[in-house]
Design a protein around this ligand. Structure first.
Ligand code: ZN
Length: 326
């Protein structure tokens, strides 16, 4: 059962706001950044994770917060004069058993200027972002794409139509690929179908179905909710976590929970295709995250990552620990 406390309450907002998400001024921050090597986090099984900041975008606040009334969300984040909020394009650089994985590809640079302006995109090309922080895109073995919306899959291929990561296999849930190719009117023009097909034509698409361990300690799990085939990423090997008695694991939610502001499970976005399912899955996943002390990475959060969560006295879920990070 989902607690009735904290659906749209002031207490929920207070709990989230207790941990500020960080500076909300794009001008004062570097466009591209990476967690310093010495501060990379290591999870069970020796899986190392760094956050790569690949630029900014500004989604429409009303769409982003969906069912949540403005008097509540506006206590957490300020909208600009066009009604947009400043969000990060966060990628993860994950290393395990000598393999390198990139989680998400940002917006890329194939959008029309008008669309980039409406969405307030700065940067967004994942290969440029990696090069800016001295990571060679050709060293990436796998690219995990949480779902096929523009701000996650837009950087799968470059302006020339070739995959930006020449050696990588691109991991996408089969259900997501099917939705992108399907005939649902809501999805027309929203999914990065053309890029998906270019990756497939290059022989670099790995359509997966269900929970799949891509490399030891890095597992994709379908969540649905946000889109039909959305997937989250579990980081850290379960077996070694149990041996140590330590649960040093982490989860990357994709847009199922895009920032810490969406920790209340009912705070669904207008971009969630299956909001009823999203609430249920978020509740199940967050319960495990809190109970087992997993670290959390958010795909659009401007604050320091990762964070751990806790349940407040009033039953809301809130960020627990401040962490250093980019
Ligand atoms: Zn997104």
């Amino acid at each position: 059962m989902i607690s009735t406390v904290g659906a749209f309450s002031q207490a929920t907002v207070a709990a989230i706001a207790a941990e500020p998400a960080g500076p909300m001024d794009a001008d004062s921050e570097r466009l591209y950044a990476i967690t310093p090597d010495a501060e990379a986090r290591e999870f069970a099984g020796g899986v190392r994770v760094r956050v790569v900041r690949a630029g900014w975008f500004r989604p429409d606040a009303g769409g982003f917060f969906g069912v949540v009334p403005k008097p509540l969300w506006s206590r957490l984040v300020e909208a600009d004069e066009r009604g947009r909020i400043l969000c990060r394009l966060n990628l993860l650089l994950v290393e395990s058993v000598g393999k390198r994985l990139l989680v998400e590809t940002g917006t890329g640079e194939r959008m029309r200027d008008k669309d980039r302006d409406i969405k307030g995109i700065e940067g967004g090309n994942p290969a440029v972002a990696l090069q800016a922080v001295d990571v060679d895109p050709d060293t990436i073995d796998f690219v995990i794409v949480s779902h096929l919306h523009y701000d996650h899959a837009g950087g799968m291929v470059g302006a020339d139509g070739r995959p930006l990561f020449a050696r990588a296999r691109y991991v996408v849930q089969r259900d997501e690929a099917a939705a992108a190719r399907g005939d649902e009117l809501r999805l027309q023009g929203i999914m990065e179908t053309e890029q998906l097909e270019l990756v497939r034509a290059a022989g670099q698409l790995a359509e997966v179905h269900g929970d799949v361990e891509v490399v030891p300690g890095v597992t994709v799990i379908p969540t649905g909710g946000h889109t039909r085939g959305s997937q989250a990423v579990m980081i850290g090997q379960a077996a070694s976590a149990q041996e140590n008695g330590v649960a040093e694991r982490a989860v990357f939610f994709g847009d199922l929970i895009p920032t810490r502001w969406q920790l209340p499970v009912r705070w669904t976005s207008a971009f969630d295709d299956y909001p009823v399912e999203a609430v249920e899955v978020r509740h199940r996943l967050l319960t495990r995250v809190v109970d087992d002390g997993w670290w959390c990475y958010f795909t659009h959060d401007p604050g320091a990552l990762p964070v751990q969560l806790e349940r407040t006295e009033k039953g809301a879920i809130a960020v627990r620990a401040s962490t250093r990070g980019v």
